[in-house]
Design a protein around this ligand. Structure first.
Ligand code: SF4
Length: 439
């Protein structure tokens, strides 16, 4: 008998992708073998997201699709892990009869034991949140091993309690990971040929190991591994983005010139209801600081349209702040109420669906124009590009990213390989991509 096989699929944010690598590592250490085909699996794990209702619906639809497999293979174990498991807990067994196992984000060490329990047809559930768990001794198993760019999770949980967000409830208290293990993981990846590390946390700016070692120290330590290693990070909270961090980015060439700074709304009244802990003026102050201290830095953002009580005037404030900030790219959504969040208990989700959609459309079309403008501004500029792979559309082209996190397509060069740096001059663009040639 060979090893038992598991299949894992991930929905949601990068944090979940990073968690799937930790869960996979635990499984492999316990004698399971990974497969990329659910038909060959003895255990199927679906790592779920709860941030928006449609993310949960997607996971439920996926479970429906797996029904025929479950019918064919009576011993197949199907597990729901991650945020949805944590949010709905035991009730999920009632709602989705095909599930054998439920594990929250802090229970991945427990997966082998839960699988044993599920195999005996007993209820296998662990949704206990921990104040300490950071999985810092577990080397994540790289599932999509492209070998150039890797995420490293530096902290877990969040205590900001933005009123619309489930994360503080599904991922628990904020905990920072031991920096020694982070630096060791980054060095190890670099020695295997990785050339880009993305430090990951819900609010990286509040990373703190002890009073003398915070995020700025961690960032400099990782950047210090090699000038050939690019370092990025996400996500920053505007309330915590310090000038000190901006100076560190400007001083270190291999810390990328890109900041993802979720704005959410341009109306201070709505920001207060969202419990974001900053005003429109504060947000703009941070944008100006970025532009002054790191000229050429790109800024991307997240925007929610149609939050509770949002008026046409609030919406206009959002549009005007988008324009003032001049974002290079944005992730834009309409507000989706999540059960048990402070917003769902305190405020009425009173913006009609068609109004939310109309406002979102206005936000999207404005941002599309700004993204295109940002790309047009790059015409004739030369950027150092890290080659990440072969273009899917044309095998004669490579694609890579510049420090600003923009994708650039260019024709393959004989003496260059994936993982190399190359200077590319931008000769054309669309609103989403830059096109260039070797300088
Ligand atoms: S900072 Fe706010 S939006 Fe981000 S994870 Fe924490 S509570 Fe959610």
């Amino acid at each position: 008998m060979g090893k038992k096989k598991f299949y894992i699929e991930t929905h949601g944010c990068q944090m979940n992708f990073s968690d799937s690598e930790i869960a996979s590592s635990v499984m492999i250490k316990n004698n399971f073998e990974i497969t990329d085909n659910p038909r060959h699996a003895d255990v199927i794990l679906i790592n779920t997201c709860s941030v928006r209702d449609n993310a949960e619906q997607r996971a439920r639809n996926r479970l429906k699709n797996l029904t025929p497999l479950k019918k064919k293979k009576k011993d197949l174990i199907i597990g729901i892990i991650g945020c949805m498991a944590e949010r709905i807990k035991e009730q999920l067994f009632e709602e989705e009869k095909k599930i054998d196992l439920i594990a929250g984000p802090d229970a991945y060490r427990n997966l082998p034991r839960l699988i044993e329990t599920a195999a005996k047809k007993s209820k296998a559930i662990n949704v206990k949140l921990s104040r300490e768990e950071t999985y810092d001794d577990i080397t994540p198993f790289k599932i999509e091993n492209k070998g150039i760019s890797a995420f490293i999770s530096i902290m877990r949980g969040c205590e900001n309690f933005c009123s619309y967000c489930v994360v503080p409830f599904t991922r628990g208290k904020e905990r920072s990971r031991n920096p020694e293990t982070i630096i060791k993981e980054a060095k190890n990846l670099f020695s295997k040929g990785y050339r880009e590390i993305i430090l990951l946390g819900q609010n990286v700016n509040s990373y703190k190991w002890n009073s003398g070692f915070g995020f700025v120290n961690l960032l400099e330590s990782v950047a210090g591994i090699s000038p050939l290693l690019r370092v990025r990070f996400t996500t920053s909270h505007p309330k915590d983005l310090s000038d000190e961090l901006l100076y560190v980015i400007s001083k270190n060439e291999n810390i990328c010139m890109h900041i993802h700074l979720p704005m959410q709304s341009g109306s201070t009244r709505i920001l207060n209801l969202m419990n974001r802990k900053y005003s429109r003026e504060w947000y703009m102050n941070r944008i100006e600081a970025i532009k002054k201290i790191i000229p050429g830095c790109s800024v991307t953002t997240d925007i929610i349209s149609g939050f509770c009580t949002e008026t046409e005037e609030d919406h206009k404030s959002t549009l005007s702040l988008i324009e003032e900030a001049g974002f290079d790219y944005a992730y834009m959504f309409k507000y989706s109420e999540r059960p048990d969040t402070p917003a769902s208990t305190k405020y009425k989700d009173d913006v009609p669906e068609e109004v939310k959609l109309k406002r979102l459309q206005e936000v999207i079309s404005l941002q599309r124009k700004l993204s295109h403008k940002s790309n047009i501004n790059d015409l004739n500029k030369t950027f150092e590009v890290l080659i990440e792979g072969e273009s899917k559309k044309n095998k004669n082209n490579f694609y890579g990213r510049n420090s600003q996190n923009k994708v650039i397509i260019f024709s393959k060069q004989k003496n260059y390989r994936i993982g190399d740096y190359i200077n590319i001059k931008v000769t054309g663009c669309t609103s989403a991509t830059l096109i260039g040639e070797v300088e």
